[in-house]
Design a protein around this ligand. Sequence first.
Ligand code: IPM
Ligand code: MG
Length: 357
Amino acid sequence: MREHVIAVIPGDGIGPEVIASGLEVLQGLAQKVGGFHLNIEKFPWGSDYYKKHGAMMPKDGLDRLRDFNAIYFGAVGGPDVPDDITLWGLRLAICQGFDQYVNLRPTRILQGLSSPLRDCKRGDLDWVIVRENSEGEYAGQGGRAHRGFPEEVGTETAIFTRRGVTRIMRFAFKLAQERPRKLLTVVTKSNAQRHGMVMWDEIATEVAKEFPDVTWDKMLVDAMTTRMVGKPSSLDTIVATNLHADILSDLAAALAGSLGIAPTANLDPEMRFPSMFEPIHGAAFDITGKGIANPVGASWTGALMLEHLGEKDAAHQLMQAVERVTASGIHTPDLGGIATTREVTAAVCDAIHSSKV
Ligand code: IPM
Ligand code: MG
């Protein structure tokens, strides 16, 4: 029996609701598929923890997570705690502390869902966004001076390193090569940003030589938004900087039907540290506690985690079960339905249980 030791951080807002759903689904799946076992340990870190202890996680938080095989993460953010504290105190602290330099965001239209784009059919939108996750505009470099005076200055410096850009390009080209269409779009803004982004383009051209069978092109980020809306089927694998991909991945999720279904993997591809898996949607305080959060994002996220742990067959079965449920019309309100988190969870568990494989 393969054992995977998972650290679970449900966090804030709807995080605990969707993570509870995801864990139920994953445990049911492990029983059904057999051959592996998930050993779960929960960590109560987040905004409530901050209010009690003055920090989002304990000082030795990273050390406590280090030996896990993966981290399953809900959401962070509190209406009464500043965003930069919740973010830098937990999620970014883990991403950067464990050098999870790839943020992977697959997007496609699941069965039974539709795109708000009039002519976009299911197969027309099947993308993977590779987001640089360790530097760029999220490098945390900058400062404030002369606070409150008319001459106050705030700087926010994006950092691009040859090492950081090369490794994300290699990952993206390799992923594109593994996908059937072998097609990569490199997003840039080198017309306006003439240092880091020009280096980004140059390194893309260099790395492309290692992957002669991958067809690739370059798109300015502004033009990319119109291409995503106007010609979704012309795209497959996409690589972009931390901030560009942050914005494009929200657009991608909306075009695929809802932010409530989209998953993310924060990966250390070299497996030196645990990777972290989270739904994209965030804390969603407007619906917290109402029992209507869409748990599909957490399930799809669970499938990404299983794939990373080498449980490819289980991951595939999980997505089949999820799509059987989305196809059957059992949808939460964000997808225009009336189902609750519990009802969707129960339906996914049933679909797993009744699957023949
Ligand atoms: C995301 C989110 C975060 C980000 C927020 C919560 C800071 O939007 O995961 O895309 O910008 O990275
Ligand atoms: Mg975002």
